[in-house]
Write a protein that binds this ligand. Structure first.
Ligand code: MG
Length: 201
């Protein structure tokens, strides 16, 4: 499986990092080795500024290429939450040089995903999700603020990358990204249910 991620899909987050609001979705990939095994994350030795980014994640249930937006909903049945961990110091250095920032985003353990839940349980156009760091809320998002909605993202991404069953789509993070340090405790909520509980080792 592969992980397709969307950057800058919430204007308040694009602005907090000093980025322009994009006219088309910004995509990047994480390999399957990016998925964290277990419930503890060790901060990699190559970064001094590891950031959390909480995102709604879509699990692809039907393969497809050139998926039309109106058919996109047929290609996923479940959603969950994920953390797109980012070595912000490395990403900033690479961005400044105009280089691809893959190593800051796609390293081992950089993707955390919750369990997945039937999409019918939710209103995908107005889904609340939030992240607590050490019991204090640091991110609060609602999918209504997405620049590109889920079906648009599925359609757009499938122009370039064939979706296979089990692929994951990270749909972008809202405002409030920030660093983690050793011993931090992250809890992510989908509506009022806690779906991720992660200890930084
Ligand atoms: Mg992200």
């Amino acid at each position: 499986m592969k992980i397709i991620c969307v950057g800058r899909n919430y204007s308040n987050h694009a602005k907090e990092l000093g980025n322009e609001v994009p006219e088309e979705p910004v995509l990047f990939l994480k390999p399957d080795t990016a998925l964290l095994k277990g419930s503890e994350l060790y901060i990699p030795e190559f970064t001094n500024d590891l950031h959390y980014e909480l995102e709604v994640v879509v699990k692809i249930s039907k393969a497809g290429k050139y998926i039309q937006k109106e058919n996109a909903h047929k290609h996923y049945e479940q959603i969950g939450l994920g953390l797109d961990f980012t070595a912000r110091d490395i990403q900033s250095q690479l961005k400044a040089k105009g280089l691809p920032w893959e190593i800051s985003k796609a390293f081992d353990g950089s993707a955390i995903v919750s369990s997945f839940f039937k999409k019918e349980t939710f209103n995908l156009n107005s889904l609340n999700f939030s992240l607590l760091k050490n019991a204090e809320q640091v991110q609060l998002g609602n999918t209504s603020a997405m620049l590109f909605d889920i079906d648009t993202l599925v359609s757009y991404a499938s122009k370039y990358f064939t979706f296979r069953v089990g692929d994951l789509l990270f749909t972008g993070t809202p405002q409030g990204v920030g660093p983690v340090k050793e011993k931090d405790h992250l809890q992510a909520f989908l509506e009022s249910d806690k779906v991720i509980d992660l200890q930084i080792a």
